[in-house]
Design a protein. Structure first.
Length: 107
């Protein structure tokens, strides 16, 4: 019983290290692709070719031509809102943003 708090602290520290490492890492494009497909794919073309299901939504492969990647990162962290009512507000965790941008960069 007396050892329990200690274990909790160790687990917490490991989680923290894991989180810090993953948010500093370059991001995993494969996870980013899953994210983009699952969250954004019903409107945006998320692959290397093809038109968006919703024509008003820009294909993701064009985003990096239109925006500096860092400004997208900021928007995704703070909540990305566009002037278009069809585009839902988007807000992602730092690790998810790294993955997402790694995928965008790979397109
Ligand atoms: C329900 C449809 C829909 C979904 C789901 C959606 N979008 Fe969009 N998105 C749009 C539309 C429509 C536009 C065009 C907005 C405009 O031109 O103002 C857009 C524009 C954008 C833009 C460009 C903003 C600009 O100012 O030109 C980005 C970046 C973007 N979306 C990211 C995302 C991301 C990331 C996701 C998933 C996490 C996502 N969108 C999910 C409909 C959607």
């Amino acid at each position: 019983m007396a050892r329990r708090p200690m274990r909790t602290i160790v687990a917490g520290a490991l989680l923290f290290v894991g989180f810090t490492a993953s948010s500093l890492a370059a991001g995993d494009p494969a996870r980013g692709r899953e994210l983009a497909t699952a969250l954004c794919g019903r409107c945006h073309a998320t692959g290397p070719a093809g038109a968006s299901p919703l024509p008003a939504a820009p294909p993701f492969r064009t985003l990096k031509e239109r925006y500096p990647i860092e400004s997208l990162a900021e928007g995704l962290a703070e909540g990305l809102v566009t002037g278009h009512p069809a585009m839902p507000e988007v807000q992602l965790e730092p690790a998810a943003i790294a993955d997402f941008l790694a995928y965008l960069g790979s397109l």
